[in-house]
Ligand binder design. Structure first.
Ligand code: B4P
Length: 191
């Protein structure tokens, strides 16, 4: 299987590039952000709880998101692989994902890390906020999300670097140019 983690700060282009990778490689998209927003929209118990964290720029507790990922293989039997977008976001989640995959005799093939300067991230998310209506796309919450990213999520880079899986990709430039860089890496690894 081809299992890709797409990694990066909020607004780095994870969701945007995931869509293109799915189209090209026929992978199954696993976005914890999308899953949580769908629960929020449906006003489920999980959604209401998740919203109380997301609207404050905080991460939803590990056990909640890990539970959402379990059962993935049973749900998507026969898929050529997964794109993990926005998951894992903490070391605990990273270790849990390795264990879930290991039980199925699978592993992460590569981690594509989108590198974008903070100024650009803030600009993109403010722009998205004007149209998305997302409760977390306002300046104050964006700044908190970046802080949370550097404190809780960025340490995962070292975790994957030690495993020899981290590939840094510049997230500046046009969406297509960035995608080309990613596809070059993926093609090299699957060749
Ligand atoms: P996510 O849904 O994962 O959202 P995100 O990180 O804010 O956005 P993403 O990175 O996908 O956005 P994209 O670049 O595509 O998470 C939302 C929240 O859910 C989290 O803050 C957290 O509270 C919670 N959550 C989710 N997963 C969790 C987990 N595992 N554990 C705990 N909590 C979790 O897009 C950004 C914008 O930039 C778009 O408008 C896009 O059009 C634009 N853009 C993209 N590429 C561009 C480019 N090259 N040039 C110019 N603009 C570009």
């Amino acid at each position: 299987m081809l299992n890709i983690v797409i990694f990066g700060a909020p607004g780095s282009g994870k969701g945007t590039q995931s869509e293109k990778l799915i189209e090209k490689y026929g992978l199954k998209h696993v976005s914890t952000g999308d899953l949580l927003r769908s629960e929020i929209k449906k006003k489920t118990k999980l959604g209401l709880m998740a919203d109380s964290y997301i609207s404050k720029g905080q991460l939803v507790p590990d056990e909640v998101v890990i539970r959402m990922i379990e059962g993935l293989f049973e749900k998507h039997q026969g898929t050529p692989g997964f794109i993990f977008d926005g998951f894992p976001r903490t070391l605990t989640q990273g270790k849990a994902l390795d264990e879930i995959l290991d039980k199925k005799g699978e592993k992460i093939s590569m981690v594509l890390s989108l590198e974008v300067e903070d100024e650009e991230l803030i600009e993109r998310l403010l722009k998205r906020g004007e149209i998305s209506g997302r409760s977390d796309d306002n300046r104050e919450t964006i700044e908190l999300r970046l802080k949370v990213y550097y404190e809780q999520t960025a340490p995962l880079k070292e975790f994957y670097r030690e495993q020899g899986k981290l590939v840094r990709i510049t997230g500046h430039g046009s969406i297509d140019t960035i995608f080309e860089s990613m596809a070059t890496v993926v093609n090299r690894i699957i060749a």
